[in-house]
Design a binder for this molecule. Structure first.
Ligand SMILES: Nc1nc2c(ncn2[C@@H]2O[C@H](COP(=O)(O)OP(=O)(O)O)[C@@H](O)[C@H]2O)c(=O)[nH]1
Ligand SMILES: [Mg+2]
Length: 174
């Protein structure tokens, strides 16, 4: 049987996780609660290039210090379920606060790519991000996205696919 790959979307509240989740999974999604919890669990399926992926929209958190229920759920999912990839959805307009979580995800030793979302908001605030430097510093592939306008999402899908299937990739979208 073909392996079912699992991808988790993680990020601060309002970073654009659900917008990206919806764009990737389309109508192939269902909502339940996390086992024994009142927090919503959104899971969807995605078929890309003949490969099936399960996509999980993790609760929005500012850290993974296991302080709130959302943080416990997000942290435990990454540690216990060991997704094949975590997509760190980062609000480029609040880079520092968002990177705090991204670094904590990286510290869990899971494979990570970053969707540097809200690029339009960052630009309108005059925030310039050296993506090559950030990518090299963190050691991960970064794709610039404006999820609400579906910008960069094709590149993101390609980067996710390549990262999960472990093909060589060195692509930064715009
Ligand atoms: N300006 C802008 N708005 C966005 C972008 N991505 C998502 N949004 C909007 O930001 C809000 C929060 O997005 P959502 O996907 O619900 O964030 P979540 O809390 O991480 O799931 C929604 O109103 C989205 O339409 C983006 O790249 N730029
Ligand atoms: Mg959401």
């Amino acid at each position: 049987m073909a392996k079912q790959f699992t991808i988790a979307l993680a990020g601060n509240p309002n970073a654009g996780k659900s917008t990206i989740f919806n764009a990737i999974t389309g109508s192939h999604q269902h909502v339940a609660n996390w086992p024994g919890k009142t927090v919503e669990k959104k899971e969807g399926s995605w078929n890309y290039k003949g490969i099936d992926f399960t996509v999980v929209d993790l609760p929005g958190t500012y850290s993974l210090t296991a302080f709130s229920l959302e943080e416990v759920i997000a942290r435990n999912f990454i540690i216990d379920e060991k997704p094949d990839l975590v997509v760190a959805v980062v609000d480029a307009g609040n880079l520092e606060r968002n990177l705090y979580l991204a670094v904590q995800i990286l510290e869990l030793g899971v494979k990570v790519v970053m969707a540097l979302n809200m690029s339009d908001v960052a630009e309108s605030r005059g925030i310039k991000i050296d993506i090559d430097k950030l990518s090299a510093g963190l050691g991960i592939t970064i794709v610039q996205t404006i999820a609400s306008r579906e910008k960069g999402l094709d590149e993101l899908k390609e980067v996710i696919f390549n990262a999960v299937t472990e093909m060589e990739v060195n692509h930064v979208g715009a």
